[in-house]
Ligand binder design. Structure first.
Ligand code: HAM
Length: 415
């Protein structure tokens, strides 16, 4: 019986994986410049962490979690996103005790049971950052700017940032009522999902794809913000403008997870069919205390790497992916064969990438392999040459050949 990968997952094979390495290297490099440090948290956590953190009425928690009971009869869940686990780690390891703002980043797989389509997988990967301990709008602007810079430096065209403020608990409660006053008269005309959301989580109604045009005249959350929220939001915009991050305000932007307060934002780009959101994030000033920590503010964002990879392909952005092999060695005869093994070990220790044939194939087939590996040099070692302690080095780019001493091979290749 032949096995198949689970629906909504991907095998990243050589040839493609180099693109991923390039994207991940870029993420690490941008984080280094912004002084964010990597964290690696478990891929599964207690189910209740996500129920409390992400929110019980969100689609993610209600419909999409991979939840299982372990052999100790505990309910565990494969992480559907990165923030809740990082917040848990921040609290559990008491990182709040440090005098600085904790600036953390992560790259890794997340799991959501969704209907797969281009850019939507059941196992997908996020690059995310989280900054704890500061309410300064400068950190909001920094987080938005970091993700934007990551996309821009990868070469993505036309990345747009949309931002909104979802206010604090009080202004959200006020808005909730205003919105309900607007929605109630049209309740019977709305889809089933909207009707149930109206009762449980009215802000999420605005995110409905089916009923979108009915909400053109919906009241804006920005009108319900109190002074503190408005001032914070104005300052974030001022800083983003000063940092030359292009953004538009979208007062309808409500994120799919419940923990947001104040700044909420998304990165958008064209190229993956119906999906145009490549990442998103926002402030979550109540989340740390919600999962049992002190009252510390936080803000972060995450970008989907499958979506980045798809857009890079769609926009035909070349990625210097495949790393060529430095040298492919060919042996003629038994003694040469052993020497090739010795030489390979020496070259690899000297930092040179080197390979050979292990299938006893003819020279012609070996040369084809060297070609496929994009070897910069090949060298054929026969027993005669071995006796003289020499080898013929051939540049695959120019075709030029030269004889070099076996003992100098690594030095010659480093030139
Ligand atoms: P999110 O908007 O749920 O936010 O996900 C962020 C990104 O992950 C999405 O924009 C998308 O690129 C990618 N993504 C989500 N689901 C899938 C999927 N099924 N297949 C492929 N890609 C997907 C969060 O997860 C928050 N934790 C972000 C955040 C960090 N907020 C504050 N800090």
């Amino acid at each position: 019986m032949a096995f198949q990968k689970p629906t909504g997952t991907q095998d990243l094979l050589p040839g493609t994986v180099e693109k991923w390495q390039f994207i991940e290297d870029k993420a690490r490099d941008v984080c280094r410049r912004y002084n964010y440090k990597e964290v690696r948290t478990p891929i599964f956590e207690q189910t209740s962490l996500f129920e409390r953190g992400v929110g019980e009425t969100t689609d993610v928690v209600e419909k999409e979690m991979y939840t299982f009971t372990d052999k100790g009869d505990r309910s565990m869940t494969l992480r559907p996103e990165g923030t809740a686990g990082v917040v848990r780690a921040y609290v559990e390891n008491k990182l709040y005790g440090e005098p600085n703002v904790s600036k953390l980043y992560y790259i890794g797989p997340m799991f959501r049971y969704e209907r797969p389509q281009a850019g939507r997988q059941r196992q997908f990967h996020q690059f995310g950052i989280e900054a704890f301990g500061a309410t300064d709008p400068a950190i909001d602007a920094e987080v938005v700017a970091l993700g934007y810079q990551f996309c821009r430096e990868l070469g993505l065209q036309d990345v747009k940032v949309e931002i909104n403020s979802v206010g604090n608990a009080e202004s959200r409660a006020a808005y909730r009522q205003t919105l309900l006053d607007f929605l109630t008269p049209m309740k019977d005309t709305l889809c089933k999902d909207c009707q149930s959301r109206m009762e449980r989580n009215p802000l999420r109604v605005l995110d409905c794809k089916v009923d979108q045009e009915k909400f053109v005249n919906a009241p804006s959350i920005l009108e319900s913000l109190d002074e503190e929220c408005s001032t914070h939001f104005a300052k974030v915009q001022e800083l983003l403008t000063a940092m030359e991050v292009e953004f538009v305000i979208n007062p309808r932007l409500v994120r799919g997870l419940d923990y947001y307060t104040h700044t909420a934002f998304e990165y958008k780009a064209q190229g993956i069919g119906a999906i145009d959101t490549i990442g998103g994030g926002g402030r979550y000033n109540g989340l740390v205390s919600e999962v049992g920590g002190p009252d510390q503010p936080g803000i972060g964002m995450a970008i989907g790497l499958e979506r980045i990879a798809l857009i890079l392909e769609k926009q035909e952005i070349e990625i210097s992916g495949i790393r060529p092999l430095d040298i492919y060695l060919v042996a003629l005869g038994d003694a040469a064969d052993k020497e090739v093994t010795i030489q390979l070990a020496k070259l690899r220790q000297a930092g040179i990438s080197a390979d050979r044939d292990y299938l006893g194939r003819k020279i012609k087939a070996q040369m084809k392999s060297a070609d496929r590996m994009q070897a910069k040099f090949t060298a054929i070692l026969g027993d005669d040459e071995l006796e003289r302690g020499e080898i013929t080095l051939k540049s695959m780019e120019t075709g030029e050949q030269r004889i070099v001493k076996l003992s100098d091979l690594a030095e010659e290749l480093k030139k």
